[in-house]
Design a binder for this molecule. Sequence first.
Ligand code: SF4
Ligand code: SF4
Length: 311
Amino acid sequence: MGLCLDWYRDCRLCPRECRVDRTAGQCGYCGETAQCRVASRGPHFGEEPSFTGTKGSGTIFFSGCACRCFFCQNHQISGGAVGTLTSIDALETMAFRLVAAGVHNINLVTPDHFWPHVHELCCRLRATGVTLPLLYNSSGYARAEVVAEVADAIDILMPDFKFADPALAERCMGDRRYPELALASIRRMVERRGFLQPWDTSGEITARQGVLVRHLVLPGEVQNSLAVVRRLHEEFSSDLPLSIMSQFLPTPACSARGLLNRRVHLDEYQAVCDEVAALGFERVYTQPELGDDEFMPDFTQDEPFAGNRRR
Ligand code: SF4
Ligand code: SF4
């Protein structure tokens, strides 16, 4: 069928519903036209062992993001200039190089606003016999109509659930509807693909299908994190696989606003992990190293992650 640009005209690909014509060069809240931009790609060793395994996760980082969280750890690419215009053929070549490198999956990072390109890429990979799992590494901020298409085409879904507190969502990314929209997205993903499996935290056996939800604990916002894990428990039970992340590092925008301007403290992170355990979640990744900067990216470098450079 080929690349279909219809979603980009009068764009309503995400809950911002900007209704701009990206095919005419207009940008909406995500900052991107209908020309796909890629900021980085390569085998990546900073994901959870279920995805990194022994040979790395085959990441393709897309530029732009519809959330625009002010504290974004990937701010150089989510709201910045870093990224290269990439045709669908070049995107396909990129993915084939990752397959040839022996990665365990094709990991599409912040892909929502380029869904037409991502969908076409998935179709091409499958048509040429690539059977590696396709992984959708997203913010959770999505429209039901789009999530339905995504969950049909993608094997592994790794949405964030960032905010259960509408006021915090409003402060951080300007949309107090985030909690309900993200929960609805995750519900659709779980209905279609189930929970992540197989589950093996050693990295010996990597995941093939299903949903794992990530949550980044923010400094001074433990109540939000507790509400996040309680909502997830109510909705999906303690069988839902989780990744509770402690790697937050303050960015220049945090200093400028005087908000979230420090690392997470150990007692804050521990309080969230204690609640996760009390709720009975068993399939959980945690990050004992607070604010670990091994995988804090610098996208101006050819290899943005120090942890990958050392391999
Ligand atoms: S994908 Fe971009 S242009 Fe389209 S609705 Fe979302 S923010 Fe707006
Ligand atoms: S959703 Fe993720 S990539 Fe997008 S702005 Fe927020 S933190 Fe950054």
